[in-house]
Design a binder for this molecule. Structure first.
Ligand SMILES: Nc1ncnc2c1ncn2[C@@H]1O[C@H](COP(=O)(O)OP(=O)(O)O)[C@@H](O)[C@H]1O
Ligand SMILES: [Mg+2]
Length: 228
């Protein structure tokens, strides 16, 4: 069959994804032909050296950046055919994102931070649902704390709650424990796996931690912009 018209029913389907960024001197090739697919509910870790392109790949999967060429399909939707508004809506409906620096809004309480994605979707149950998820991550006693009044582990648990509150089909986690000590990191990761399993979420997680990578169904290794 012609590769360009091949049908693939995977939940996530990437075909020959390339990403180049223009620098002053020359184009920098960051991703050099990534082929990948994943099923619903699969947990996958992405490992590889610093600068290999892991974060860039996560940005593409989250629709936060567009590939230079190639096909990205998630939940039967073609990301290339979407404009910024479509992508924003798509993210709200399908994707949760957890990065290593939490990215909580400093002027909002834990509860408000978690309710934000639902408020964007005009969900009248936003605060009720936000409370439930904060309870699930063990933070029912921290609803009205601001991020600066929370420990690193607590902040990351708020970030997890925020990512899961919309019940995304896909959770993207980029070194989610990068800024945490080992013990706190393990607590956060246990929660991450529990929530993903509970909701049937597909999980793609970048990590430098081999033991953590092995907890996933599958490990992919990226080196210099290509899967090896
Ligand atoms: N905005 C940018 N402009 C130019 N080069 C970039 C930009 N962002 C990332 N890069 C380069 O792309 C490569 C991959 O980066 P990244 O995806 O962050 O790797 P990783 O997450 O695996 O450490 C690196 O060489 C990095 O320097
Ligand atoms: Mg990175």
């Amino acid at each position: 069959m012609d590769k360009g018209t091949q049908i693939d029913n995977s939940f996530i389907y990437l075909q020959d994804i390339r990403l180049s960024l223009r620098s002053e001197v020359e184009d920098v090739k960051i991703l050099k032909g990534i082929n990948f697919s994943a099923n619903k509910g699969e947990t996958i870790s992405v490992v590889g050296p610093s600068g290999a392109g892991k974060t860039s790949l996560m940005m593409l999967l989250g629709g936060l950046e567009k590939p230079t060429s190639g096909t990205i399909r998630i939940a039967e939707e073609d990301l290339q055919s979407m404009n910024e508004d479509d992508l924003t809506l798509f993210r709200q409906q399908h994707i949760g994102i957890v990065f290593q620096n939490f990215h909580l809004i400093p002027t909002m309480t834990a509860l408000e931070n978690v309710a934000v994605p639902l408020e964007f979707m005009h969900d009248k149950q936003a605060f009720t649902k936000a409370k439930q998820v904060l309870e699930q991550v063990g933070l029912s006693h921290r609803f009205s704390h601001y991020p600066s009044q929370l420990s690193g582990g607590e902040q990351q648990r708020v970030a997890l709650a925020r990512a899961f509150v919309t019940e995304p089909h896909l959770l993207l986690a980029d070194e989610p424990t990068g800024n945490l000590d080992v013990e706190t990191g393990n607590t956060v990761i246990d929660l991450l796996f529990d929530l993903a399993k509970d909701k049937g979420t597909t999980l793609i997680m970048v990590t430098h931690d081999n033991a953590l990578a092995k907890r996933c169904d599958r490990i992919v290794n990226i080196q210099d912009g290509i899967f090896v």
